[in-house]
Design a protein around this ligand. Sequence first.
Ligand SMILES: Nc1ncnc2c1ncn2[C@@H]1O[C@H](COP(=O)(O)OP(=O)(O)OP(=O)(O)O)[C@@H](O)[C@H]1O
Length: 240
Amino acid sequence: MSAVLELDRVSRVHGEGDLQVHALRAVSFAAHAGELVAVMGPSGSGKSTLLTLSGGLDTPTDGAVRVEGSDLGAMGAKERARMRRTSIGYVFQDFNLVPALTAVENVALPLELDGVRTRAARAAARTALEEVGIGELADRFPDLMSGGQQQRVAIARAVVGERRLILADEPTGALDTESGEDVLRLLRARCDAGAAGVMVTHEARHAAWADRVVFLRDGVVVDDSGATPVDALLDQGAHR
Ligand SMILES: Nc1ncnc2c1ncn2[C@@H]1O[C@H](COP(=O)(O)OP(=O)(O)OP(=O)(O)O)[C@@H](O)[C@H]1O
């Protein structure tokens, strides 16, 4: 298995002097093609920081983040932005769709920003929307869709153009149980199709969709192997 995402002793310190916060301390872990990794931990443990660093939205104070073998820190801003558009899909808790654009326009946006011609970008976006089961809503604006439908649009946008790394920050947070399960099923399917996924979640039953769980506490990976199999997590729960 090849690592799509690698964090090599990554640290992130916010602020200076007495106000310093160590959001992550020398965290190492990898996500491989075909794998969905759940990240769990208490509030403030560094989960969102891990995700934003993995997506090149923030840069580490120390250590390296590699996506498909390329060190994000060694890239210029333009190159990193391009990497984000072509290789990395980000799914946010609150969807982050552009309200003035229809579903298909939202999904096509990263491709068009990357120079793909409008017609080809829209065609790829329609296919992505069909894959997530809402092809018939392609021309609808986000505010006329349910939360679950909007999150499907966000997932289509995250995976369009064959992106290999999908990062999801509590992607089911704003959804009812059924829509949340649908979203997890979609993420799982994309990973089964060859993407690597990293998903922050608070809920063990959502983590059960992952292949393994990385636990963070105070910016440190608690299980040093970073490889707690989900079954073991559930077994422990069963014995409680
Ligand atoms: N821009 C920032 N400036 C200062 N401190 C920050 C900043 N971003 C995060 N932190 C701090 O870094 C630590 C880790 O934050 P992070 O948001 O990664 O945690 P989290 O596990 O995602 O928390 P939650 O579950 O509440 O979202 C926290 O102590 C937080 O207050």
